[in-house]
Design a protein around this ligand. Structure first.
Ligand SMILES: *[C@@H]1O[C@H](CO)[C@@H](O)[C@H](O)[C@H]1NC(C)=O
Length: 309
């Protein structure tokens, strides 16, 4: 189910503030053992997880670093809230997201050569817990895969010459080639697989972009909207061609827009200020702060309401 508004998500989340197991019984089996979330993305998702250090455990469901990890603007981000506070079961989260990530460094160069792209992150997964045999149930019907990418791909390329719509197709083809790798590795006789996709938010409304000419904001916005429409179609095609695959889409563009159109309704002073105070949507000029991330998590929580996650 897609959200029509963040306000709905919030009221639902508040209404379900204390959730018993029975409130969340769905088609997914609630297990006594942990369920798993494999997360990929950029700075909007990163927590500084090192796959070669401590693995997620009861002591820290993120594994490492100490919770809530190294997030873009400090404090808990959407992955943290969902893993530890809005979780419907014990959730172990392997968060491969890396700040500055693009889908493929050969398509869009990241801001630093050391950045691990989505391609690198998926390879890290495949060469790590993706190696079988493993004690990690990567193919369990109770495992969730999420990808929130595209912010830097568009941010670093929207202004370039050439057909931007065609380039969005190129980016999405690269992303779904990686998704296909995850499907193959995670498929087993059980069959059901779960993917949470996130589209690109209206970063044309970030303080960084608001300092640019209106024509630049409009230019980036058009590319984002075109990309998001193509992503939605791509997800539909992916699901249609993969029996047993379940997809979720968090429309972050709408969540951001809804809050930024009416910031005071969500406890923010305005749509443009940034800093570390809890009543600021933006933590810095390009990243939302932890208070905003709580609303993001609530939006996703509503989408995952009937699942084990
Ligand atoms: C949610 O996660 C926390 C932290 O790992 C855990 O203590 C708690 O039991 C989990 N909640 C449920 C409903 O399993």
């Amino acid at each position: 189910m897609l959200l029509s508004s963040v306000a709905t998500a919030l009221s639902v989340a508040l209404a379900l503030h204390i959730r018993g197991a029975s409130a969340r019984a769905g088609e997914w089996k609630r297990a006594a053992v942990p369920n798993y979330w494999f997360s990929f993305g950029d700075s909007y998702t990163q927590t500084g997880f090192d796959p070669n250090a401590a693995a997620p455990s009861g002591a820290n469901p993120f594994g490492n670093p100490p919770y809530p990890g190294w997030t873009a603007t400090g404090g808990e981000n959407w992955v943290g809230y969902l893993t530890t506070k809005m979780n419907n079961s014990l959730l172990y989260t392997y968060n491969y997201a890396y700040g500055g990530a693009t889908i493929d460094a050969n398509l869009v160069t990241p801001y630093q050569p050391t950045v691990l792209s989505l391609t690198d992150q998926v390879n890290q997964f495949l060469n790590g817990v993706g190696r079988k045999p493993t004690s990690i149930p990567i193919g369990s019907p109770n495992s969730l895969y999420s990808i929130w990418i595209g912010i830097n791909d568009i941010g670093n390329s929207w202004y370039q010459s050439g057909d931007r719509a065609a380039f969005s197709d190129t980016l999405l083809n690269a992303q779904f080639a990686l998704v296909q790798k995850l499907v193959i590795i995670s498929y087993s006789d059980v069959g059901a697989r779960n993917f949470l996709f996130v589209n690109v938010p209206c970063i044309d409304r970030s303080p960084l972009m608001l300092a640019q000419p209106a024509s630049s904001q409009a230019g980036e916005k058009a590319v984002i909207q075109g990309y998001n429409a193509k992503l939605a179609a791509k997800i539909d095609a992916f699901r249609a061609s993969h029996a047993g695959v379940k997809t979720f889409l968090w429309d972050s563009y709408t969540t951001f827009s809804t809050i930024l159109d009416n910031p005071t309704a969500y406890g923010f002073v305005d749509a443009t200020s940034y800093g570390s105070a809890a009543n600021l949507f933006w933590g810095n000029d390009y990243h939302p702060g932890s208070s905003a991330h709580k609303f993001f998590a609530q939006a996703v929580d509503d989408i995952l309401a009937k699942t084990v996650w």
